[in-house]
Design a protein around this ligand. Sequence first.
Ligand SMILES: Nc1ncnc2c1ncn2[C@@H]1O[C@H](COP(=O)(O)OP(=O)(O)OP(=O)(O)O)[C@@H](O)[C@H]1O
Ligand SMILES: [Mg+2]
Length: 291
Amino acid sequence: MPDSAPHAAIELRAENVHRAFGARRVLNGISMTVTAGEIIAIVGASGSGKTVFLDHLIGLLTPDSGRILVADHDAPPDPSGHPPLVDIASAPTETLDRIRLHWAVVFQRNALFSGTIRDNIALLLRERGEFSDQQVDARARAAIAAARLDVADVLEKDRDELSGGMAKRAAIARAIAMDPIVIFYDEPTTGLDPVVAGNIHELIWRTHHQPVGSLFADSPAPPNPPPRTSVIITHDKDLLRRIGPRVLMLDAGRVCYDGPYHRFGGPDCPQARQYFQAMPVLHAGRPGERD
Ligand SMILES: Nc1ncnc2c1ncn2[C@@H]1O[C@H](COP(=O)(O)OP(=O)(O)OP(=O)(O)O)[C@@H](O)[C@H]1O
Ligand SMILES: [Mg+2]
């Protein structure tokens, strides 16, 4: 990965992040840099701190020590021509709110708010202030269809009327609808049947590679879109196999592997090898596999 290349634009950076809850030390010095345009999977045993780390990356939690830096795409570029990095803990609220408009998050527990799925998608889109009501509606429909939900069935349904797998896909639809620069997925395929999970792998892949601003037909592609960055927390070995991302593995609050998927499970990190072997193959052997 070109993390250290001087010309690479940085999207996210964690510097020696520590975090404890009471006596439980969850993050014990996590450092990593995500270059703009990367697709990175964060893996690790249940309880290893993946979601807590994500909450730090998006500023919902603050480190006890260490820093989280994020790219500010709306600020004048730095001397190397890239978006400047902002310390999420000390940035003014308005700056963070502005930065967050370029992000979308699929939360592990979906975090759909009370209301219809149309409302869930429309609210965030309206916050951007760029779309007419008609565009918002068209986008909501397109995003729901892309997440393999029946538009007519779910558009007006309340979140409480959805099954677990439907709610997961609604949360994915809400995120995709934003056509964001950075998209975070916390376990996007957990609870989905193998066929739908395969569709979601493809959606994640397609979304990542489509230029920002051109996911939907409703707006013209911007002239020089920033590359899209995808951060995926997952236990889904098949997703890893199909997408082949950079893999970052957390163990005991530290990064125990950070490298390409094809070397994950190799000799560098015994925990990674053990975990990789134990990871369930959820959806093996279907057509359309990338390897
Ligand atoms: N708000 C909190 N207060 C106290 N402890 C917390 C809090 N949030 C998380 N933890 C603890 O931090 C540890 C890591 O939790 P986290 O949710 O990040 O795990 P995870 O790696 O995402 O696991 P999973 O794969 O099951 O989702 C757990 O021991 C959890 O109990
Ligand atoms: Mg989690």
